[in-house]
Design a binder for this molecule. Sequence first.
Ligand code: UT7
Length: 319
Amino acid sequence: MSIKAVVKGVGHYLPKRVVENAEFEKTLETTDDWIRSRTGIERRHIADESETTSFMGVKAAQAALKMAGATEKDVDAIILATSTADLTFPSAATMVQQGLGMKHGFAFDVQAVCAGFVYALTTAKSMIESGQAKSILVIGSETFSKLMDWTDRSTCVLFGDGAGAIYLTAEENTDLGILSAQLASDGTYKDILFVDGGVSMQTTGHLRMQGKEVFRHAVEKLSQTAVDTLADAGLTPDDITWIVPHQANKRILEGVSKRLKVPMDQIVMTVQDHGNTSAASIPLALSVACKNQQLKQDDIVVIGAIGGGLAWGTAVLRW
Ligand code: UT7
């Protein structure tokens, strides 16, 4: 029997400071009602100076290892999805490695913006199935608050900070684990969601988005890749127990629910409490769903995300 990458633990970390929608009413021409009704977001966590991407990644990883009954000694590799590493280099993943007290194994970042966690998970799946690693921490950690233009009401109310992690190990003779995964990108859409800074400009820059355009792609591409990735695993949308999608906007989740004919009560939703945490949103949602005892062994779980690039992807797991 072939080797599968099976989830053994899930964990997350959220910054201590919670910012309710109403706080934005003091500085911007916006309302709690607009943000709630157009996005489903009610509040988000915002990191302080000490809550860096790597700090939160360590906390989330420790929580995932604890749930698995494992320690850093058991970990072969760390793959961390982020677009907001503490420094341009070294990678946030090697900082997490150091934070966990690991001197062995290897660690690297994956940058596919909001789709980063699906890209990191797909990479981990391939490494485990090929025998390159037996146990991998896959982390999504972001401090998008550092990229916000706090005068731009069309973006700054949408995002939040946080981290989630899952711990995967290689198993033989099992039906559980990651069954299939598909990745896609199309750089011709680079201008509809980007940061206007970077190494070439020697600035960090601010996030800029044509929200309506991204929205249109999100519903269409998330639904289609879910169908295709399920088909790869010999399944259909009827087999889905849970969809755990990237948390950008409640209305995107409703669109996906409608297209796939999967009721909203089978879609894990955390956007109301976290906002859009980019690559952290799916592992955060997985961790919250585990804590709420929503995800059970043998459930068919579909994760999917889309973001800057555009880059998108879906993975199907038997939990
Ligand atoms: O994670 C990466 C993927 N990102 C996404 O998936 C985001 C996808 N896009 C969205 O979620 C939505 O498009 C937004 C939430 C960003 C915007 O919602 P929308 O319904 O598409 O609104 P809109 O951009 O068409 O704006 C409608 C109006 C505009 O005013 P006018 O031009 O009609 O007078 C905006 O200026 O709403 C205005 N507006 C706001 N009003 C109050 C934009 N932001 C705000 C705000 N408060 N915060």
